[in-house]
Design a protein around this ligand. Structure first.
Ligand code: ZN
Ligand code: ZN
Length: 277
C-alpha cells in the first residue's frame, strides 16, 4: 500500500537570519522489511530509497517534494514523503499487535546564519522536545523561539482515514508551485534590507547632530555651552543607539561613543584656552 505523508515545520526565525532546511529528514515508522515497530528511517531528497536504522537496510520510500515558504516572520518547510506500507504483526510483541503505517515522530534539520555575527549554526527540531524553547547563537543573538510542537505530521493520500489525521495539506493544493523556492526571492527580505538601511541612515544623522552641534556652539556661542552640549550628547546617543541587539548595532554604538568623546576633548581644550585668554 502506498502512502503519502506531509512533514511540516513553521518557525519564527529572527529577522535577518538566513535559513536553509536540510534535504534529509528522519521519521519514525513501522518497518515491514525488518518487521519492527517505530524504527527511525532516514530519507534524503534525490535518493530513491530510505534507510532504516540501526541496520541501515533500504526502506521503500522517498521524498517527492520539499517546499519552503515565508509568511511575515514565519518560515515554513513542507516535505512530502511517498512510501510503501504493508501491515504486519509481530507475535509476542508487548506493543500493539497491528501496525498503523503512520508517522509517530519526525526530525527536521536546518542551517541558520546568525544576523549579528554571520556564523552558521546547525540545528534541528523534533516532536519530543520540551517547549517553549529559545535557540541562541554562540554570540548571544536569539535565533528563534519554539512554542508549538513541531513538525506537524499529516497524510495527504486518499487511503488515509480523516479521523486519524484531520489536517489537510496546503502543499497538495499548490501542486503547480515549484518546490524548493529560494527564500531570497521573498519580498520580505527586500523589506528587511530597506528597514536596516533606513535605521543605519538615521543613526548616521543622529551621530552628525551629536558631534557637529557642540562644535558649532563652541565656535558661534560660548565654548562652555558647546562643552555642555557635547557631554549631553553621550547619554542622548546611548539612549537611542543601544548596544543591543546584535553585533552590528553594538559596533555602531561604541564607534559613536568614541566619536562623541573626541568632540568632548576638543570642546574641553577650547574651554580651557578660552578661560586662560
Ligand atoms: Zn527496518
Ligand atoms: Zn551570532
Amino acid at each position: 500500500m502506498n502512502r503519502i505523508a506531509e512533514i511540516s515545520v513553521s518557525l519564527p526565525f529572527t529577522s535577518g537570519a538566513s535559513v536553509t532546511f536540510d534535504d534529509k529528514i528522519e521519521v519514525s515508522l513501522d518497518c515491514h522489511v525488518c518487521r519492527r515497530y517505530h524504527r527511525t528511517v532516514i530519507f534524503s531528497k534525490g535518493e530513491s530509497k530510505g534507510k532504516c536504522l540501526p541496520k541501515k537496510h533500504p526502506f521503500p520510500g522517498r521524498i517527492t517534494a520539499k517546499e519552503v515558504s515565508q509568511d511575515k516572520r514565519l518560515t515554513t518547510v513542507k516535505y512530502r514523503l511517498f512510501f510503501d506500507y504493508e501491515p504486519f504483526t509481530v507475535e509476542k510483541s508487548p506493543e500493539t499487535l497491528k501496525t498503523s503505517g503512520k508517522l509517530t515522530w519526525a526530525r527536521v534539520s536546518y542551517m541558520i546564519t546568525c544576523p549579528a555575527c554571520g556564523e552558521f549554526t546547525e540545528g534541528s527540531t523534533q516532536n519530543n522536545l520540551v517547549r517553549p524553547l529559545n535557540y541562541y547563537c554562540d554570540c548571544g543573538q536569539l535565533l528563534y523561539s519554539e512554542v508549538k510542537e513541531m513538525p506537524v505530521l499529516s497524510w495527504i493520500d486518499k487511503d488515509a482515514s480523516p479521523m486519524e489525521f484531520p489536517e489537510t495539506s496546503s502543499c497538495e493544493k499548490k501542486r503547480t508551485l515549484s518546490c524548493d523556492r529560494p527564500q531570497n526571492n521573498d519580498p520580505n527580505t527586500t523589506l528587511e534590507f530597506i528597514r536596516m538601511l533606513t535605521v543605519l541612515i538615521l543613526f548616521g544623522i543622529l551621530l552628525l547632530i551629536c558631534t557637529q552641534i557642540p562644535i558649532l556652539l563652541v565656535a558661534k556661542t560660548n565654548p562652555l555651552i558647546g562643552l555642555l552640549a557635547a557631554v549631553a550628547a553621550i547619554p542622548l546617543w546611548l539612549s537611542i543607539v543601544r548596544p543591543m541587539p546584535g553585533l552590528l548595532q553594538g559596533i555602531i554604538c561604541v564607534a559613536g561613543v568614541f566619536a562623541i568623546l573626541i568632540v568632548n576633548i576638543i570642546c574641553l581644550v577650547k574651554v580651557v584656552s578660552w578661560l586662560i585668554s
